[in-house]
Ligand binder design. Structure first.
Ligand code: NI
Length: 392
């Protein structure tokens, strides 16, 4: 039995229409011009006190002040970008932008924060201010970092910041909060291997980059399985091996690509350092030239204890204590809300939306955000605000 207020329940038809509009018009990171105009237009229509566009290009920030005076503040963040996927849902509101799709439910995230904006701008039943953060480019573009670089927290200082992601592996009417680590640090690696091509029947006349690459792929796993404390968490996945094209030619070069996922800063540094050492050693051992290219992705997403407990408590007020996991195991995925949690205390929660049992999972061409979750998410946002800003 979920506790959703009549005022929030009344927003459902309108929110569903917004969600379907956003779903039909997905835009990739930093291209969210239509979404930005839609969000800013709605916020102005609701009478939100300040509406600022242009941070990180396509970002939108709204500020709502409560009817009671107060200097306290809270930030709520939603991501707006879609993915380069061709939609296969067959829904009447399916993507009208070829090769673009809201397959991660960010259309739902944007809609729920708009719903909260609508409710809070009417009720204003709090003391202080709410900063609504609609960020671009969560999917690899580090839109959160860009907004911070553009002065988000200087211009709109907040005491705390919260984020949310829909989670199809958990049933509707449930939430999961993490104590500490939520999502991993993401790093990309590319290893370029240069040997000397030759006739495959006469390998001794060249230097084979394929054999060197193959042995390196296996050896790299040692860094995780033998050198990393099993109670720590790390993943190293080589995800691409490219070399050659013929049956009887040893190619000149080979390229490996992969990702490294970690939680602790020292583990992250050590794993990448050990990859570099192995690359250098293998180059020497196999007589090839090897070069490691490393690109730092998102930092780990780490919840702050006090805000994680508070966010879980608000969730329990909506769906009931038994439906809130307060000590969820982290995921090795990445999330750029991490940049905000590095600057401001806060927490990031998973909201159950169901659907995974039918194969509808995030980043899948058949994914569609569950509209029944809209009032649940709005209730969490408004609950955080009304409780955090209950007294000036
Ligand atoms: Ni996402």
């Amino acid at each position: 039995m979920m506790r959703i207020s009549a005022a929030v329940e009344a927003l459902v038809p309108e929110m569903t229409a917004w969600r379907h509009h956003l779903h039909a018009h997905p835009e990739l990171g930093y291209e969210e011009h239509g979404t930005q105009a839609f969000v800013a237009g709605k916020l102005k229509e609701f009478g939100v006190d300040e509406v600022v566009t242009g941070m990180a290009g396509t970002g939108v920030v709204g500020v709502i002040r409560g009817k009671r005076p107060g200097n306290r503040s809270i930030g709520l963040r939603a991501d707006m970008d879609a993915l380069p996927i061709t939609e296969l849902t067959g829904k009447p509101y399916a993507s009208t932008n070829p090769g673009r799709m809201h397959a991660c439910g960010h259309d739902g995230h944007t809609t729920m924060l708009l719903g909260a904006a609508r409710h809070l701008s009417q009720s204003r039943d709090f003391a202080g201010s709410v900063v609504l953060i609609f960020q671009p480019a969560e999917e690899g573009g580090a839109g959160a970092r860009k907004m911070i670089e553009d002065g988000l927290f200087e211009r709109f200082p907040v005491e705390v910041v919260y984020g949310m992601h829909n989670w199809p592996q958990m049933p509707l009417g449930s939430f999961a909060m993490h104590r500490g680590p939520v999502m991993a640090a993401t790093d990309e690696i590319r290893i370029e291997i240069a040997g000397k091509g030759c006739h495959a029947a006469m390998p001794h006349t060249g230097v084979d980059p394929v054999v060197a690459a193959a042995q390196l792929v296996s050896a790299l796993q040692n860094i995780i399985s033998r050198e990393t404390d099993p109670m720590d968490r790390a993943v190293l996945s080589i995800t691409a091996i490219n070399a050659g094209s013929a049956f009887n030619v040893v190619p000149d070069t080979a390229t490996l690509k992969g990702t490294v996922r970690t939680f602790r800063a020292d583990t992250r540094k050590r794993v990448v350092g050990r990859i570099r050492e192995m690359v250098e050693a293998f180059a020497k051992a196999f007589g090839v030239a090897m070069e490691l290219h490393h690109r730092e992705g998102y930092p780990p997403t780490i919840n702050h204890d006090e805000q994680a407990a508070f966010g879980a408590e608000v969730a329990a007020g909506i769906v009931g204590e038994p439906n809130v996991a307060r000590d969820q195991l982290p995921s090795m995925g990445g999330e750029d809300f991490s940049f905000m949690l590095e600057k401001v205390p806060g927490a990031y929660i998973w909201m159950g939306v169901g659907g995974a049992e039918e194969g509808r999972i995030l980043h899948n061409a058949k994914y569609d955000f569950n509209d029944a979750a809209l009032p649940v998410g709005v209730s969490w946002w408004t609950g955080l605000v009304e409780r955090h800003l209950s007294a000036g």
